[in-house]
Ligand binder design. Sequence first.
Ligand SMILES: [Fe+2]
Ligand SMILES: [Fe+2]
Length: 270
Amino acid sequence: MLIAHISDSHVAEYGKKAYGLVPTSEYFEKCIHHMNSLDPKIDLIVITGDICGNPTIGENKRAADLLSTLKIPYYIVPGNHDKRSYLLEYFPQACPTELDGFIQYTIENYDLRIIALDSITEGKSGGALCKTRLDWLDRKLAEQPKRPTMLMLHHPPIKYGVHETDTDGFVGAKEFGDIVEKYSNITRVLCGHVHMSCHAGWRNTTISTTASVGMQLVLDLTLKKDSAFSIQPPSYQLHYQNSDGEIISIVVPVSGIDTPGPFKFEEYNK
Ligand SMILES: [Fe+2]
Ligand SMILES: [Fe+2]
């Protein structure tokens, strides 16, 4: 099974760029084309939020136009730059919510089970999982405690050494971890928000964040400076389940954007 994980596309309205600088929509289009063209075929795409840079109708319409070209089933959880009502209006099939007031659901029809969590508080940047959302998660995990399962949500529940997102915080991170730690079948916790591709061990599982589709945070572990971003070609993460059931996570750069290559080793290794 092949799962692609993308995040933080921060799509801008037609004729605009994110922050006036980043052609995120054009990058997103190229990323979609790359995923559509991959051989072997991707089974499923999970999108961990910040679809748009601002929760406007124009940005959601453009994101919906872009995602309508995707030939692979996809699912979405909201990010802090999104608005639940717009996601439900423009991407209803990708947000089959099972919990009133939140975009939480499970994806059952694949080898791996996926549980989607809604970690936003509209109007705030930080993450949150309240008792209602956590109780729902615990119930869902208890239903199938042996089946390999991935969780997907926008905010990672740990500090990444990024001043801005570390300061934003995550309300309920400890309680979330206490639930996750009860189960041994959670193969990954897929997140976005930090605009970096990272893996971190946490509570007997691995949190895996994927890069943004176009704008990455500049690494600064001093935790003192204001966060900055750089414009970089998009990438996505592929989670490949091998024949022994192990999950291999691979960063896939989207080629052909401002960067030369690919170069064949056999031609240049002389
Ligand atoms: Fe973001
Ligand atoms: Fe975010």
